[in-house]
Write a protein that binds this ligand. Structure first.
Ligand code: ATP
Ligand code: MG
Length: 330
C-alpha cells in the first residue's frame, strides 16, 4: 500500500528525517510515535506530497509521489497538524469548497458531504460559522475534509491534540471505525493514545526509525522489568481485602493509585454536551460589543462576551496568513 525507502529530509545542515524506511499494509492503523521534533510532521508532509524529500522514495498504491504526485495524492486524505479551515465559512460551505478542489463531480458532492458530516457527527453544526465552533468541532470539520472522496489512506497529524478527554474518546472511536475500511497513519507523542488505537507502532527519534512493531510486542521489551501494574476494581471493602491479601506476599511493594481523573471528568461532564442550540453571536452584535469594549461600566456578563468577541477577532488575524497558505495547497 505505502512503501517508504531511505527517506531523508534536510533543512540546511539539520537532518530532520534520516534514512527512514517502512511499509504500510492495507486496512491497518499505524501510529507514529516520537517526542517533539522527532520528524513526524516532516515525514507526513512528504508522504502527502506537501514537502519534497531530499532523498529517498515514497510509493503510494503504486504511484511514486515525486513522479505521479496527483495520482498519489488522490489516494490520501490528510488532516494536517493545524487543520486548514476558513473561519468565515460554515462547515457545509467549507466542505463544498474542499469537495470541488478535490475534483468530486457536482452530482456526487451533496451525498459525499452528507456522508462525511455523518461520520464525523457535525451535521448539527453545518450552518454555524467555523470561527464559532469549539476546537473539537473544528478538528472534526478538518477530519471530514480529509474523508471527502473516500481516500484509501488517511494521514492524521496529532488528531487529538487540544481536545478534552470526552472529545478524545469520541475521536478515538471514530478513528477506530475508520480503520476498518481505510489504512490510517496517525501521529502522536502520547504513548497511551497510540497503544489504544493502533495495530502497529513506529517509534521515531531524531528522524530515525528506532522501533516498529505491534503494541503488544513493544510491551515485551519491558518483560524483564520487575514492575507490574495490577488494577483492582470493586467496592472499597473488597479492594481493602485484596490489599490485605497482597500484603502477605513477601518482597512486594504496593502503591495505591487514586481514582482516574478521566473517569471523574467524564462523570462530572456527562450531561453537558455542546449543542447546536447554543446561541450563535451575530456579526452585528460582535461589532457593537467591540465598540463597548473599553467601557468600564459594562456588567460582568457583558465583559465576558466582549472578551470572546475580541478573542475571535485576534484569532482571525492570527490565522489570516495560514488561510492563504492553505488556499493554494488544498
Ligand atoms: N521548515 C523548517 N525549517 C527548518 N527546520 C525545520 C522545519 N520544519 C521542521 N524543522 C525541524 O525538523 C525537525 C522535525 O520537525 P517535525 O515538525 O517534523 O517534528 P514532529 O515530530 O512533528 O514534532 P512535534 O511532536 O512537536 O509536532 C525539528 O527539529 C524541527 O525543528
Ligand atoms: Mg508535528
Amino acid at each position: 500500500m505505502i512503501e517508504v525507502k531511505d527517506l531523508v529530509k534536510r533543512y540546511g545542515k539539520h537532518v530532520a528525517v534520516d534514512h527512514l524506511s517502512f511499509r504500510v499494509k492495507k486496512g491497518q492503523i499505524y501510529g507514529f510515535l516520537g517526542p517533539n521534533g522527532a520528524g513526524k510532521t516532516t515525514t507526513m508532509n512528504m508522504l502527502t506530497g506537501y514537502l519534497a524529500a531530499s532523498e529517498g522514495q515514497i510509493v503510494i498504491n503504486g504511484h511514486d509521489v515525486s513522479e505521479e504526485p496527483m495520482e498519489a495524492r488522490r489516494c490520501i486524505g490528510y488532516l494536517p497538524e493545524i487543520p486548514p479551515l476558513y473561519l468565515d465559512m460554515t462547515p457545509l460551505e467549507y466542505l463544498e469548497f474542499a469537495a470541488e478542489l478535490k475534483g468530486i463531480s457536482k452530482d456526487k458532492r451533496g451525498a459525499e458531504i452528507d456522508k462525511v458530516m455523518g461520520q464525523t457527527q457535525i451535521r448539527e453544526m453545518q450552518d454555524r460559522l467555523i470561527r464559532h465552533l469549539s476546537k473539537g468541532y473544528r478538528q472534526r470539520v478538518g477530519l471530514a475534509q480529509a474523508l471527502l472522496g473516500d481516500p484509501e489512506v488517511l494521514i492524521l497529524d496529532e488528531p487529538m491534540v487540544g481536545l478534552d478527554p470526552k472529545q478524545i474518546i469520541e475521536i478515538r472511536e471514530l478513528i477506530r471505525s475508520l480503520g476498518k475500511k481505510h489504512t490510517v497513519i496517525l501521529s502522536s507523542h502520547i504513548l497511551s493514545e497510540i497503544t489504544s488505537i493502533c495495530d502497529h507502532v513506529m517509534i521515531i527519534s531524531h528522524g530515525k526509525l528506532v522501533a516498529s512493531d505491534t503494541p503488544e510486542n513493544l510491551g515485551h521489551y519491558m518483560k524483564n522489568s520487575d514492575m507490574m501494574e495490577l488494577q483492582i476494581r470493586g467496592s472499597r471493602e473488597a479492594c481493602e481485602k485484596a490489599r490485605e491479601l497482597l500484603k502477605k506476599v513477601k518482597g512486594l511493594e504496593i502503591k495505591t493509585a487514586a481514582a482516574s481523573l478521566e473517569d471523574v471528568f467524564l462523570e462530572l461532564t456527562s450531561g453537558d454536551p455542546e449543542t447546536a442550540e447554543t446561541e450563535e453571536t451575530e456579526e452585528t452584535e460582535e461589532t457593537e460589543m467591540e465598540e463597548t469594549e473599553t467601557e468600564e461600566t459594562a456588567a460582568e456578563e457583558t465583559t465576558a462576551e466582549v472578551a470572546t468577541a475580541g478573542g475571535a477577532a485576534a484569532e482571525e488575524n492570527k490565522n489570516g496568513e495560514e488561510e492563504e497558505w492553505n488556499a493554494g495547497d488544498l
